[in-house]
Design a protein around this ligand. Structure first.
Ligand code: TXA
Ligand code: MG
Length: 370
């Protein structure tokens, strides 16, 4: 007997302590929504090509956007990758289980359905206790993207995931609200360098610090700095990897774009609510009121409510970059639900997880600044 589904949903829901049927569903080639500490994932057995193909259909995901493999234990890493450079060993040791994905050369048995034909595969060990219970019971690598319809904000609660995927999956696992709220940091590791492909809660400063502590003289660089960063008017430091520690570099400068072979998938439309999103370093409330006169707009502010915005405007104030990350996707959807057709989002400072929040916001805005 499964737990009760949210009202109106037909998807069977399972919770901690009762995950056997959800794991069996994966083992039998089904699709299962499950929680992680970052965002909810849409999981399938990486050993069943048809199941992996089903992920792309359910999400409407472009075929050339590779999936991440989720594993329970590093003891099984050898089944998924053909080699593990020292840098990856050190980073897995320091940050796994946790919100870090490492891209490594794939083992021959990993299906090209998972990797979209690439010779590499992204590996992650989630730390969410419910994800761990689920993955241990699955006892195989689970391929999973974020559990959203392609292009939409990633779900940070089961309700959000089901709002797009109810009826398109076989069952779901409930694990409450996700702790971090944005997707894992992705790095590609080789013997000579660590390349940041997507910023996240494990920051580039943490990665560089960890490699230095292990006495590894390895270059750390970032691709996929905020797209169209130049569009953020008056921006003082907008590159995702702007605070990269010593021995690191950012070829292409702040306007460097995530490009095909470096970071597949990062160039697609991403994280977008129905409302148009505009980013700014600091909002001038009175000017925004004049510009959007007659339109319903909402504001995500950093640290304090904007001055002169007017009583009727929905405003949500984030008090830290961590809170911003945790609530970002939920709030974007909340402004949609408030009937807003424009969301103006103040960017957090480009430090720590703030860099990752900026990256997601600029993508949600399609590079459009206020
Ligand atoms: O936190 C997360 O990583 C979540 C949870 C569910 O684990 N997953 C997630 O998956 O965000 P997804 O599919 O939404 O984003 C995965 C991205 C791809 O778009 C691609 O940019 C990158 O990971 N990726 C996967 N495999 C890769 C590879 N072999 N080389 C380079 N990038 C890769
Ligand atoms: Mg995604």
């Amino acid at each position: 007997m499964h737990d009760k589904s949210p009202s109106g949903c037909i998807t069977p829901i399972y919770s901690a302590g009762n995950l056997g049927p959800a794991a069996e569903t994966v083992r039998a080639g089904g699709l299962v929504i499950f929680p992680t500490e970052t965002v909810y994932g849409l999981g399938a057995s990486a050993l069943v090509d048809n199941a992996v193909a089903g992920i792309f259909v359910a999400k409407g995901r472009p075929q050339d956007n590779p999936l991440i493999l989720h594993l329970y234990s590093t003891a099984r890493l050898g089944e998924a990758v053909s080699s593990v450079p020292r840098s990856a060993e050190v980073l897995f040791e320091a940050f796994s289980p946790g919100p870090l994905t490492i891209v490594l050369p794939k083992a021959s048995q990993v299906s090209s359905f998972v990797t979209a034909g690439l010779p590499t595969v992204g590996i992650r060990f989630p730390s969410h206790p419910v994800a761990r219970e689920f993955l241990e019971l699955c006892d195989l690598p689970v391929a999973a993207p974020s559990a959203n319809i392609s292009g939409r904000p990633s779900p940070t609660s089961l309700e959000m995931a089901l709002s797009g995927l109810d009826g398109k999956v076989d069952c779901a696992v409930d694990g409450g609200f996700c702790q971090h709220g944005i997707e894992s940091t992705i790095v590609r590791c080789t013997d000579d360098e660590v390349v940041l492909l997507r910023p996240g809660a494990i920051t580039v400063e943490m990665i560089a610090g960890c490699l230095a502590e292990a006495l590894l003289d390895i270059r750390v660089r970032a691709v996929g700095a905020e797209p169209s960063a130049a569009a953020v008017a008056g921006s003082h430091a907008v590159a995702a990897g702007s605070a990269v520690a010593a021995r690191s570099e950012r070829p292409g400068g702040p306007e460097a774009r995530a490009s095909g072979p470096e970071a597949p998938g990062m160039s697609y439309r991403h994280y977008q609510p129905r409302a148009e999103v505009l980013v700014t370093e600091r909002i001038d409330g009175a000017r925004a009121r004049t510009r959007f006169h007659g339109r319903r707009f909402g504001v995500i502010a950093m640290n304090r409510p904007p001055v002169g915005i007017g009583q009727a405007t929905p405003v949500y104030v984030m008090n830290s970059a961590e809170e911003y990350a945790h609530l970002l996707y939920r709030k974007l959807i909340w402004f949609d639900d408030q009937g807003c057709d424009v969301i103006i989002a103040e960017l957090p400072p480009p430090e720590g997880v703030g860099s990752a929040v900026r990256d997601r916001l600029v993508r949600a805005a399609g590079g459009q600044a206020l």
